[in-house]
Design a protein around this ligand. Sequence first.
Ligand code: F6P
Length: 358
Amino acid sequence: MGEKKKTIGILTSGGDCPGLNAAIRGVAKPALEVFGMKVYGFSNGYRGLMEGDAKELFQSDMSGILTIGGTILGTSRESFKKLRKSPELIQKMIDNYKKYELDCLVVLGGNGTHKTANLLSKKGLNVIGLPKTIDNDLYGTDFTFGFHSAVDIATGVIDRIHSTAQSHGRVMIIELMGHDAGWLTLYAGIAGGADVILIPELPYSIDRVIEKLHERETEGKKFSIVAVAEGAMTIDEAKMSRKDYKEYMTNLPYPSMGYKVAAEIAAKSSFEIRVTVPGYQQRGGQPSPYDRVLATKFGTYGAEMIANNDYGKMVSISGNKLTAIPLSEVAGKVKLVPRNHSLINSGRLLNTSFGQPR
Ligand code: F6P
């Protein structure tokens, strides 16, 4: 008698990003066509697993999705804090895992997603994670899929702002996503030739930022590009406790970080300033070829892991080599930009300001 064919469930959780469909296809196509597995897609992340909302996926569902942004499964953000304290919700997920007779659950997501993945793994479910997020802040992998697509979009914004900045001689602030990490702003800032890059990992002095803008003016450069991470903070703000900082930020009158930095510059100079916030565009549209390849590599590697009964891990890339890291090592950690990152050094050598005190 042959071995029972495996059944797997796939879900996409947390903020969406380009490359999710490529990753779904990367897992499901080999699962269906090479390993003869049965595949279910759960709707809207862990919510679908809680509600038992799944549909079987077939080869035809994988056609034409490689190049499409978003996720064919839908996604949701489920608070891990809330989930951790809700045994009934955890039990619902376990019950539905059993109801669909899953041999493995494949979760595509970022930090929160992998915390829940680890929790379910500890409860005895077979789980595999694939690292996705435009923030690139997931511990245990050099890169997440979605990141490079977002860098492309953000760089495109900076490129387009450059010409209008030059025409009007303005200081242009471009606020980029990334949550508490500066990866996206650092990469897009360097790729777009920003004059000032402000990231959370390097708290800034506004005086140093203004000094840089004046320095450019003195050199005859009438415009400047300032790339600001949504999580950027001043040196004084960085000294606050997380709770105090949160409260302080909610009481500020600015819609978002770019406007705050603009106000700080305006308070101490006479530059003409404009702010651009590309926002969710950074998560939208087609995945870049790089991300299609990365998501496909992660997905197919994951499919092979399932075939080999290798569970409880997140697929990752380390120095261009695919590998897998235990979920328990990933969960609860964040990968921030190290202060000695080579791109920061490159920026400094290019005379890019990070708003750092001397
Ligand atoms: O994690 C991706 C991300 O786009 C962050 O860069 C941003 O801070 C956050 O999600 C926005 O979250 P939401 O989609 O819940 O508005």
